[in-house]
Ligand binder design. Structure first.
Ligand code: NAD
Length: 473
């Protein structure tokens, strides 16, 4: 007889959701976690980074309050206070993800490294657990690139950055993706010198028009951007560390942060013993997130590599995966993961929000008959009133006016992402006809949607009809 109905490896965003749903449905669940409960998002990712960004944005708001006629002078940054705020945010959310809470739900929480020893057995903490179903949700870790000299210098990743006691004098960041850019702006606004070294261009996955809105803001914050820069080697320095670039340039900083992407945590899981197929991008699954090689096993979160789609390292994808696994594993219903309407936000200021594919991705996929609708945030009354009217709403639609993708840049545009996620695949008439509260930034989304219909509405035939209708009593 199996010992448990569902064995879950990893108590991060994905594993916790699967464990909670399974236990809630009355199944016997074992949840294995060797590190912190809550995983990357709570301890080293979304929560501390957004807490740090909130402090940084407060400092930036103080600096630009003069636009309202409010003068407060250069803000004083109390680094210990900032750290306390970050730690406080984690502590406030931690009880939701705690072992105590999950034990209260009836989950057997095992604080140990778990590994497969057979197709139906996991070993952890010196005990063997036979399972009916298992879910691998071991997450991903920061990639340490093979740069010569890197092993001889101290470096930070997202796992160590937030526990750094001192304020970095000059933070050098390798990688200009979301982690690199969010941390660059956060530290620059909190008074650190910051340099970003990016092999391609910053935010390379994002829409180029949106990135063009972000780049000047980062430069204005004092972030030194080295784009198209390749690191030849890293050397220790009395100040900390020196990056030697392939073009001969040298950048010396006090601290080095690696933000060059994430790799699935496949080591030590005993996947071969479990008959669980995997590749460099993670555990190979079907679109129902079931292992392609062991029908007892599913994968969720950053470690899942659904065939044809690849991994997505977002906490909201973890809850999407948990829902799909609940359907396919627990209810035996058809379920398929799709990222067609997936939103993502880079929480810089201005924010970049992408919902569904970018224009470049659509064109690369052969969608040439695209209509692109744009509405500048300079035209948005709320943002004008707040002295921040800058940015863009850009919508990609098909010939029938159905939304395929949305790209946004501007202050707080991430708050509009949900609205567009609901609209993907639907005709924009629903948004164009919606009554939205005035004045809000969301109205820019409605204005962009209306652009699809305005030329038709103001066309010569319509004008002729209205001209005739005026004669009716
Ligand atoms: P990333 O893969 O998004 O970006 C890494 C960048 O590093 C790339 O632009 C790449 O060109 C560059 N790079 C790689 N090797 C380099 C080298 N040797 N020298 C210079 N540049 C180099 O990775 P990330 O920013 O670490 O984020 C990891 C994952 O976490 C991503 O999937 C991301 O979507 C997710 N994440 C999302 C958010 C968010 O949504 N706000 C925030 C943080 C992380």
């Amino acid at each position: 007889m199996p010992d448990v109905d569902v064995a879950v490896i990893g108590a991060g965003a994905a594993g916790l959701s699967v464990a909670a749903i399974s236990a809630g449905l009355g199944l016997k669940v074992a949840l294995f976690e060797r590190g912190e409960m809550g995983g990357d998002c709570l301890n080293y990712g979304c929560v501390p980074s957004k807490a740090l960004l909130a402090a940084a944005h407060a400092a930036a708001e103080a600096r630009r309050a003069h636009r309202f006629g409010v003068r407060v002078g250069e803000p004083q940054i109390d680094w210990a206070g900032v750290r306390a705020h970050v730690a406080g945010a984690i502590a406030a959310i931690a009880p939701n993800d705690s072992a105590e809470r999950f034990r209260g739900m009836g989950v057997d929480v095992v604080r140990a490294t778990a590994r497969f020893v057979a197709r139906d057995t996991i070993e952890a903490g010196g005990r063997r657990y036979r399972f009916r179903r298992a879910v691998v949700a071991a997450g991903s870790a920061a990639i340490v690139p093979p740069i010569p000299g890197l092993q001889e210098v101290p470096f930070l990743t997202n796992e160590t950055l937030f526990s750094l006691p001192e304020k970095p004098g000059h933070l050098v960041i390798i990688g200009g993706g979301p982690i690199g850019l969010e941390m660059a702006q956060a530290h620059a606004r909190l008074g650190c010198r910051v340099s970003v070294v990016e092999a391609l261009s910053i935010a390379a996955r994002e829409d180029a028009e949106c990135v063009a809105g972000l780049r000047p803001a980062l430069l204005a914050d004092g972030v030194a951007l080295h784009e198209g820069a390749r690191v030849a080697r890293v050397e220790p320095d009395v100040q900390g560390v020196t990056l030697v670039l392939e073009d001969g340039g040298r950048i010396t900083g006090t601290h080095l942060l690696l933000a060059v992407g994430r790799a699935p945590r496949l080591d030590a899981l005993g996947l071969e013993a479990g008959g669980v197929a995997f590749g460099p991008r993670g555990v190979a699954t079907t679109l129902a997130l079931r292992s392609v090689s062991n029908r007892r096993v599913w994968a969720a979160g950053d470690i899942a590599d659904p065939v044809g789609l690849g991994p997505r390292a977002f906490t909201h994808v973890c809850s999407q995966h948990a829902g799909i696994i609940a359907r396919s594993m627990l209810f035996r219903l058809p379920a398929r993961v799709s990222y067609d309407a997936l939103p993502r936000v880079t929480y810089t200021d201005p924010e970049i929000a992408q919902i569904g594919p970018t224009e470049a991705e659509l064109r690369a996929a052969g969608r040439t008959a695209l209509t692109i609708l744009r509405w500048p945030l300079a035209e948005n009354d709320r943002l004008v009133a707040e002295g921040r009217a800058e940015g863009l709403v850009k919508l990609m639609v098909d010939a029938k006016g159905r939304l395929l993708g949305a790209s946004l840049v501007g202050p707080g545009v991430g708050n509009m992402a949900g609205m567009f996620a609901l609209m993907i695949g639907r005709r924009l008439s629903a948004l164009a006809g919606a009554v939205l509260p005035y004045p809000t930034a969301q109205e820019a989304g409605k204005r962009a949607a209306s652009e699809f219909y305005t030329p038709k509405l103001l066309s010569a035939p319509v004008k002729r009809i209205v001209g005739l209708l005026k004669y009716l009593p």
